[in-house]
Design a protein around this ligand. Structure first.
Ligand code: ZN
Length: 135
């Protein structure tokens, strides 16, 4: 069975595509990363820790023996109602980080030794996407 080191849970949003390709390149994990693409990224995992996204991660872990999982949320995410669902950019930013932190707690509780990396993608008015890892 072949293996890879990483898996990425990302939103399906098309605007993220090029930036994610670049992110994978910059991290040296092109063709070494399972990609789980679903609206809202880990929203489903938080709502149902044994649901669809959890199952995808589980398969990645068991089948490809990943050691690192990247959770990537983004601003203006349709899965969360977009910018307009929030009082402002700062509230939205804080909320998305909080969502990723909740996911991280769920995943670390489930998988002993799995490294969980959080990354937030910002999208400017020209649809230019910037991805930054959250410490
Ligand atoms: Zn989204």
């Amino acid at each position: 069975m072949s293996q890879c080191t990483h898996a990425l849970v990302r939103c399906m949003d098309f605007r993220l595509e090029s930036a994610i390709e670049e992110y994978l390149e910059n991290n040296g994990i092109v063709n070494n990363c399972d990609i789980i693409s679903v609206a809202g990224a880990t929203k489903d995992l938080i709502e149902d820790p044994e649901g669809f996204v959890a199952t995808q991660i589980d398969i990645s872990k068991r089948l490809h023996l990943i050691d690192t999982l990247i959770i990537m949320h983004h601003m203006d995410c349709g899965g969360y109602g977009g910018h307009s669902a929030f009082a402002g950019i700062e509230a939205e930013h804080a909320f998305q980080i909080e969502q990723m932190e909740k996911s991280k707690v769920i995943l670390e509780g489930k998988y002993n030794g799995l490294k969980v990396v959080m990354a937030l993608a910002e999208i400017d008015e020209n649809n230019i996407v910037t991805i930054a890892e959250i410490e």
